[in-house]
Design a binder for this molecule. Sequence first.
Ligand code: SF4
Length: 83
Amino acid sequence: MADLKTRRPDNAPGKFYVDSTCIDCQLCQDLAPNNFACNEEEEYHYVSRQPRTADELAQVVDALESCPSRCIGDDGDATPSGE
Ligand code: SF4
């Protein structure tokens, strides 16, 4: 289960996010290329864009369920504004 307290700051605002335990395997970007990107300098992935279509949503949920380190969360709407 992803930890909202360690949400990466470069995640796009909204429901889905990646926390600090990403192991940079790239699976999420393979499954949902429109919504995940790599921070190549620090070697982790993050949500570059929240899903906008039903197809993108399905791909992001697939990535969340497939992530080997379980570091993709779907409770990011709870993030206080300004973080
Ligand atoms: S699938 Fe999970 S561990 Fe792999 S790059 Fe994406 S967020 Fe990181």
